[in-house]
Every structure is written in structure tokens, then in C-alpha cells.
Design a protein around this ligand. Structure first.
Ligand SMILES: *[C@@H]1O[C@H](CO)[C@@H](O)[C@H](O)[C@H]1NC(C)=O
Ligand SMILES: *[C@@H]1O[C@H](CO)[C@@H](O)[C@H](O)[C@H]1NC(C)=O
Ligand SMILES: *[C@@H]1O[C@H](CO)[C@@H](O)[C@H](O)[C@H]1NC(C)=O
Ligand SMILES: *[C@@H]1O[C@H](CO)[C@@H](O)[C@H](O)[C@H]1NC(C)=O
Ligand SMILES: *[C@@H]1O[C@H](CO)[C@@H](O)[C@H](O)[C@H]1NC(C)=O
Ligand SMILES: *[C@@H]1O[C@H](CO)[C@@H](O)[C@H](O)[C@H]1NC(C)=O
Ligand SMILES: *[C@@H]1O[C@H](CO)[C@@H](O)[C@H](O)[C@H]1NC(C)=O
Ligand SMILES: *[C@@H]1O[C@H](CO)[C@@H](O)[C@H](O)[C@H]1NC(C)=O
Length: 574
């Protein structure tokens, strides 16, 4: 009966008077539970994990064989070319180089000059490829297969990328203007020829520019003036024939760009070969308002300017690194150092695979492609007598318009760049045929990284702190001040009980003839033991009611000695 009254009272009067409805406590508790469960989720969002594919330039090398040289089979066409050239079968040579290889060339600064190499051709690192040097290219089109038949390849079967290192042929070029042109250049001789004398000292200084160890080999038969001079022509006055390495003569036939090259070192050392590359310009001064020349001469009544630059071209082996990955063409990443072999290997890994690039028996294979490349260089000036071609304007280092009028003067440094790039692109690819060479490979590695987003982590931790403070203030506490932290049935009951207790205290507060709920003016408010121990759980203070109210409700006073003694001061004062 008493508990029923209590329930009625709580559901009517007491609830209205409560400052904090107990449902609010429960609501906050449930919100806190939700937040606690979500905390791990929120913290996970502040952490990002990524996987990367990284190259390993310093990793442990493996070995592979790559297409990178000429085989003895490839050298057969060199003989054919030599015969054609001797027999002046120009059309045969033209046909041989009909389908020109034109790789893009790569430049790498090395000491005071640059190294030029051709980029790999797309199939070079695939099995069964053949380079231009095999001369197997034909004008026949490849027949396309049915694309629908291509098999599906699992991603996990796709090999990782590899850095592949092997020696490749590269070019270095040094150029200089012809020194002392009054002595070494005869623009128009009495017999209408142009003479050019190349002094030993020039070739020596070019070799020093490239820091070539080779001493200049004397020609098999030392140069004699009679070998060059035609008709009644004579040496320029004051020229000492013993200072001349060799001389070049050409008729003044109107061609604006005259070239000649000859081998200085034919590569018997095995570590490359060198060519002397001579370029002479003959242009009508009227065409070039800003031109300046080493010498001028009047040819058939027109004023012609002459300029000469001599270059030394060294073809040497360089250790080059390339990156090979499925799904794109391999590409060169860097030139590492001079060298004709990667590491020392006990024997060769595969039969027929060379362990080093060796120039001793292939240097003559360079002559046909360089001859073709030079013919290519002057092809555009054919038919334009004494008029500067676009290549000549580039030689002069003039950017922008390649109109002949822009020609100024041959610039040795510009010529180094133009010739190096030209020959790397057009001649060097022919040094790769069907020969295989040993390479070092370094496979990629997959690495993972984790990173914390400081902003998000700060927000989550700040939010946690804030909620924690709110929780500390608002969360219901168990009797005895034990914080309530779990979500079980008992806890929920305890939460509700604690809230009910507060309701009680609040509900009593308006009966204002007492100082406060916590300072009862009567011992009847307390259980007998309350002075020493807190109430045990389950026996909360809601079971203790005001005696007046109790009397009103019940109308009877128990006769227990304890109660009689304690109520006597209030009720009867005998
Ligand atoms: C060059 O000589 C080496 C050793 O004599 C030989 O193995 C190689 O096949 C030769 N190369 C060519 C292109 O003939
Ligand atoms: C490189 O150029 C610098 C400055 O022009 C010069 O001092 C140096 O001797 C050159 N080095 C070589 C190897 O030619
Ligand atoms: C050189 O050319 C000029 C002009 O064409 C001519 O008069 C002269 O006879 C030629 N000299 C020789 C030696 O052919
Ligand atoms: C060359 O000189 C000889 C005599 O010294 C002379 O007879 C001849 O005509 C000259 N030839 C030319 C092309 O000048
Ligand atoms: C001069 O012109 C004539 C006729 O056009 C030509 O045959 C001759 O080769 C020219 N001489 C020179 C040195 O160019
Ligand atoms: C280059 O990659 C292709 C495709 O993954 C592979 O077939 C070839 O064997 C690789 N070559 C080398 C030398 O690693
Ligand atoms: C290089 O020249 C030397 C003579 O100087 C000759 O004996 C040798 O056969 C030549 N080598 C080649 C590959 O041409
Ligand atoms: C010659 O040089 C001058 C001054 O440098 C320049 O204004 C002019 O355009 C040049 N002429 C040609 C044809 O390039």
C-alpha cells in the first residue's frame, strides 16, 4: 500500500517538481554508451595506411640478359655496306637505310661535356626482340590479331617493376673552331678548290677536352702535301707540313654544308672509338646579314663566306639504368658512370650472352649509320647553293626561326649539342642488333606507411575530453559514489534508483519548516545506524518517510520503544 502511494506520488506530484527528470540521466547515459562504442571507429579514421611501390637503386642485384649489342650475324651487313660504298651503289645504301631508326636522344652532363645516348626502343626488354642493327626491318605491315582473344591476366601474376643496369654505347663530342684560318684554310685556290689543313695540335686539344687517354695515333702513312694538292695548287706560304695531321680538299660546287669524318682510333682497345668530324660552311654573305666568317672569297663574282669547326666524337660504353614495368615501354632513368660491364660475374649466365661491351671488332659497324646520318644532315641543303640550311642555323646556336637569314657564326658548343643528339638518335641505335649482354636487375619493393591526421586526432581527443567532463558531471553514480560505467540490467536499475532518490529529495524540499533534506531535525528521518554507516544498497532513504505524513497516511503509530522514545519530544510533552 505504501509503495503504491509512493508510485502515485512520484508519477504525479513529485515528477512535476523535479529539476532533473530521471529520463535525462538515462538519455545521457545512453548517449555516452554510444559515444564509447563509436570512439574506436573515430580513432581509426584519424589513421591512414598507404602502400607504395618503390624502386631499389641500391638493392641486391639479380642478373638478366638484355638485348644490347651486335652479334657476328649482324656484322654481315657491314661487309655488304662497305662493298656498296666502294662500288658507289648509292641507291643500295639509301635503300638499306630506307626505314630510318630515329630514337629520341637523352643527354647527361659529364664533366665539361655531355653524354648522349638513344632511348630504348619499346620492345628492347621483351623476349625475342631485335634491334635496328639486325637490319631485319621490312616495309611489310604486321597483321593485327583478334584483340578479343587476349587472355585475362591476374593482377597478382603481374611482375613488379625492375631497375635494369647494363652497358650501352654513348657519345661525347668536343668541337673547336679551326685555329689560325689564314694558314689552315684556303677558300678558293687558283684551281678553284677549297683546302683545309688540320693541325695535330687541334686534334690533341680536342682529345684533351674529352680527357681521352688515347694518344693520337699517327696515320699509317704520314700526310704528304702531294696526297692532297691538285693541279698546280701549292701549300699556303709558311705552313709546315709536319704540323699537319691531315688535309681535306673539295671543289667549290655550291653546297653550303660540307662534311667529312675519319676514324682517329678504331676501338682496338675494346673501350670505344673516336672519329674526327669536320664541318665546313660556305654561304653567300648577301644571304646572311648578320653572318661572320673565318674567310671570304669571290666565287664567280659573288662574295662567299667560309667557316670551319672540327669536332671529336668519342663513342664509349656507359653503365645506364632503365626501368622496366608491365604496361608501358621501358625507359632510361639515368647514366651512372663510364664502364663496359656490370659487376664481375663468374662465367656468363646464359650461353651466347656477352659479359661486356667490346669495341674491338664492331667499330666498323658504326661507319654505315654515321655516314647515313651525315647524308641526312645535309639532305635539306641540296639544291640551295650557298644558302644556310636549318641545321646550320642550329649550329650557329640560333633558336626560334630557322630561316637562313638568321645564321650568324658556327658555335662549337651548340654544335656539340646538335651533333651529339643527332648521332645518338640516328646512328647509335644501329649498334643494337641481336646481341645479348649481361645486365643487373633490382626488383621493386612494396612498402606500407601509416600516418596520423593530427587535426582529426585532436578533434577526437578534444571531443572525448569534453564528453568526459560532461559525463563526470552528469553520469549517475552508484550508491557509495562508485561511478557507473557499464550497461547491464542491474546498472540500469541502479541508474533509475539513484534518479528516484534524487526525486525524493527534491520532492521533499518545498516542505520548508525544516532546514533541508540533508539536515533532518528528527532522528526519525534516519535509520538507527545511519549516523555511522551509509545506507546499504536496496534500502535507500525513500523508505523513510516524514512521521507526520506517515501518521496521516496510516493513522497509527507503532509502539516500538525506539520510535516512542524518539517521537516523544515532538508529540507529547508530559
Ligand atoms: C667479337 O669478338 C668476341 C671475342 O673474340 C666474340 O665473342 C664476339 O662474338 C665478336 N663480336 C662480333 C660482332 O663478331
Ligand atoms: C672544365 O671547364 C673549366 C672552366 O671552363 C676549366 O677550368 C676546366 O679545366 C675544364 N675541365 C676540363 C677537364 O676540361
Ligand atoms: C676558276 O673559275 C673561274 C671562274 O669561273 C675561271 O675563270 C677560271 O678559269 C677557273 N680556274 C681554273 C683553274 O679552272
Ligand atoms: C700548271 O703549270 C704548268 C707549268 O708550270 C702550266 O703549263 C700549266 O698550264 C698549269 N696548269 C694550270 C691548270 O694552271
Ligand atoms: C662559276 O660558274 C660557272 C658557270 O655557272 C660554273 O661552271 C663554275 O663551276 C663556277 N665556278 C665556281 C668556282 O663556282
Ligand atoms: C621487362 O618487363 C616485361 C614485362 O613485365 C618482361 O616480360 C620482361 O622480361 C622484362 N625484362 C627484363 C630484362 O626484366
Ligand atoms: C684498327 O687499326 C689497326 C691498325 O691501326 C688494324 O690492325 C686493326 O685491324 C683495326 N681494327 C679494326 C676493327 O678495324
Ligand atoms: C641581325 O641582328 C640584328 C641585331 O642583333 C637584328 O635586329 C636582326 O633581326 C638580325 N637580322 C636577321 C636577319 O636575323
Amino acid at each position: 500500500m505504501a509503495s503504491f502511494n509512493l508510485l502515485v506520488r512520484r508519477s504525479t506530484k513529485a515528477r512535476k517538481e523535479s529539476r532533473y527528470p530521471w529520463t535525462l540521466n538515462i538519455f545521457i547515459y545512453v548517449v555516452l554508451l554510444g559515444f564509447t562504442s563509436g570512439l574506436a571507429f573515430l580513432l581509426e579514421r584519424t589513421f591512414t595506411i598507404d602502400a607504395f611501390l618503390t624502386q631499389q637503386p641500391n638493392g641486391v642485384p639479380g642478373h638478366a640478359s638484355v638485348l644490347g649489342g651486335l652479334s657476328s650475324q649482324d656484322m654481315i651487313w657491314v661487309q655488304t655496306f662497305q662493298q656498296a660504298k666502294t662500288g658507289e651503289q648509292e641507291s643500295f645504301i639509301a635503300d638499306l637505310f630506307n626505314i630510318k631508326t630515329h630514337a629520341s636522344s637523352l643527354q647527361h652532363p659529364y664533366k665539361n661535356h655531355s653524354v648522349f645516348i638513344p632511348e630504348l626502343f619499346p620492345e628492347q626488354l621483351l623476349p625475342g626482340a631485335q634491334g635496328s642493327g639486325s637490319f631485319t626491318q621490312s616495309d611489310m605491315a604486321s597483321v593485327l590479331g583478334n584483340a578479343m582473344n587476349s587472355p585475362a591476366v591476374a593482377v597478382t601474376d603481374t611482375p613488379l617493376g625492375k631497375l635494369v643496369r647494363w652497358p650501352r654505347w654513348g657519345i661525347r663530342v668536343a668541337c673547336r673552331s679551326l685555329p689560325d684560318p689564314a694558314l689552315h684554310l684556303v677558300p678558293l685556290s687558283p684551281s678553284n678548290y677549297t683546302y683545309l689543313y688540320l693541325p695535330y695540335s687541334l686534334i690533341g686539344s680536342l682529345a684533351a677536352d674529352l680527357q681521352l687517354q688515347v694518344s693520337i695515333p699517327p696515320l699509317i702513312t704520314p700526310w704528304k702535301p702531294s696526297a692532297t694538292l691538285l693541279r698546280n695548287d701549292t701549300l699556303p706560304a709558311g705552313l709546315d707540313p709536319s704540323t699537319i695531321y691531315t688535309a681535306y680538299v673539295t671543289s667549290d660546287d655550291g653546297s653550303p654544308h660540307v662534311w667529312v669524318f675519319f676514324t682517329l682510333d678504331n676501338g682496338t682497345s675494346g673501350k670505344g672509338w673516336t672519329l674526327v668530324d669536320v664541318h665546313m660552311v660556305r654561304v653567300k654573305t648577301a644571304h646572311t646579314p648578320n653572318g661572320s666568317f673565318l674567310a671570304t672569297a669571290s666565287v664567280n663574282g659573288t662574295q662567299i663566306g667560309y667557316d670551319v669547326v672540327i669536332c671529336l666524337e668519342a663513342v664509349e660504353p656507359w653503365i645506364v639504368e632503365a626501368y622496366n614495368i608491365t604496361g608501358r615501354s621501358p625507359y632510361t632513368t639515368r647514366i651512372l658512370e663510364p664502364g663496359n660491364t656490370v659487376g664481375k660475374l663468374n662465367g656468363t649466365p646464359y650461353p651466347g650472352v656477352a659479359s661486356m661491351l667490346d669495341s674491338s671488332n664492331i667499330s666498323e659497324a658504326y661507319l654505315p649509320p654515321i655516314f647515313s646520318a651525315r647524308k641526312d644532315m645535309t639532305a635539306e641543303s641540296k639544291g640551295f647553293n650557298y644558302y644556310p640550311s636549318p641545321v646550320m642555323v642550329k649550329f650557329a646556336g640560333e633558336g626560334g626561326a630557322l630561316d637562313g637569314g638568321a645564321y650568324t657564326k658556327l658555335s662549337p658548343s651548340s654544335m656539340e649539342a646538335v651533333i651529339g643528339s643527332w648521332d645518338a638518335s640516328r646512328a647509335l641505335p644501329y649498334l643494337v642488333g641481336t646481341g645479348y649482354i649481361t645486365a643487373e636487375t633490382r626488383e621493386d619493393r612494396i612498402i606500407g606507411t601509416g600516418a596520423v591526421n593530427i587535426l582529426y586526432l585532436g578533434l577526437v581527443l578534444g571531443g572525448t575530453l569534453l564528453v568526459g567532463i560532461i559525463a563526470d558531471v552528469c553520469i549517475p553514480r552508484l550508491p557509495g559514489g562508485v561511478p557507473l560505467r557499464d550497461f547491464g540490467v542491474l546498472s540500469s536499475i541502479t541508474v533509475a534508483r539513484s534518479a528516484l532518490r534524487r526525486l525524493d529529495e527534491v520532492g521533499r524540499a518545498p516542505d520548508s519548516d525544516r532546514p533541508g533534506p540533508n539536515q533532518p531535525d528528527s532522528d526519525a528521518e534516519r535509520p538507527p545506524s545511519s549516523a555511522n554507516t551509509p545506507p546499504s544498497p536496496g534500502l535507500g532513504p525513500e523508505f523513510y518517510m516524514d512521521l507526520d505524513e506517515l501518521r496521516k497516511k496510516i493513522g497509527d503509530v507503532p509502539t516500538g520503544a525506539q520510535i516512542e522514545r524518539s517521537t516523544s519530544p515532538l508529540l507529547d510533552k508530559p
